[in-house]
Design a protein around this ligand. Sequence first.
Ligand code: ATP
Length: 372
Amino acid sequence: MTASDISSLKDSISHFLAEKGPSGQTSIEALTLDEGHAHLILRTTAEGAAFLQSAHAALEEQIKQHPSVHSLTLSLTAHRPASAQAGQSKGTGGHRPLALGKRPSGRSAPPEACLPDVKAVIAVASGKGGVGKSTTAVNLACSLARLGLKTGLLDADIYGPSLPHMLGEDQKPTVENGKLRPLERWGMETMSIGYLVDKKQAMIWRGPMVMGALTQLMSDVSWGALDVLVVDLPPGTGDAQLTLTRKLSDKLQAGGAVIVSTPQDIALLDARRGVTLFEKTETPILGLIENMSYFCCPHCQERTDLFGHGGARKEAAALDIPFLGEIPLLREIRCSADEGTPLVLRDPEHPAAKAYMAIARTLMAKLSDSKA
Ligand SMILES: Nc1ncnc2c1ncn2[C@@H]1O[C@H](COP(=O)(O)OP(=O)(O)OP(=O)(O)O)[C@@H](O)[C@H]1O
């Protein structure tokens, strides 16, 4: 694929937009080609987005007429009017992702087709960022797989997808029969928006209007027959969490939500908001995990309660939800995440790996209970 190919493809897209769309509403933000798969990001307005919803299939046809393109991921971002941004969650920026997807047939799967072969979903949530939610989700998913469950792991944290890094996976998913195939990693089916876009592009997904992207990560991915899909939610209690809990409500009834918090008051306050969100959406709460619970000096083994230990256990009791366990703050956990091999696989005999396994056993028992 040469620069002139990309240039002629851009011309053809611009021509389509100018001829068929509302004038001056939509422009090309980025276009990349990867072995015949085009990633197109369009910047548009609400009016332009409405046009693109209906013209999506026609645009795709036009793009696929190009001899070097056989499939397409289309994403839309929009500048929002200042008034529309008021009152939205922090970190929204001036863009919103409106849709994302590989749609070779021009259609999305209907909502009822969402994860048809997945028996249960465990959503891993946190009220605030940086408490170790993704690290916990990855280690728990690996633990569930080690316990013999057919396990999937979906990185729904489109604000900052960390799964590719934590799993040491840098392949791009392939497309088969119009759907993305999850990547097999560490004995699990995995999918992340981070597999589809590079880190810079991922920043475009900041914002609350993420329904299209999240829906398609579920519906336009050929998830296999899974006992459990672990979903790493974005931090907070906004639109993404609401979308997911609504879309996955039946699968969450067979599983539920796990909330990760550090022992600090402020993190626990946010965790409480998470609990309220799940209660409002009638999502079963499987329990609370205290991450970074305490620190053990690797040299003298002296234990330090850096963030005040035991807060999450007390909070769980106050909220009348199960306390699932505590994970220490450990260099090995951080290093194994950075090296792309989760601790439960890198060093299964490590006490922290055993702590993850113990929590996974509790979760597995809860999944069996919900079947009974
Ligand atoms: N128990 C732990 N011990 C040591 N390091 C940890 C532990 N848990 C998480 N970390 C490290 O803390 C950092 C943040 O973890 P992680 O990305 O899992 O948090 P998060 O809550 O998912 O963050 P975000 O909200 O930004 O997605 C990472 O560098 C991770 O390796």
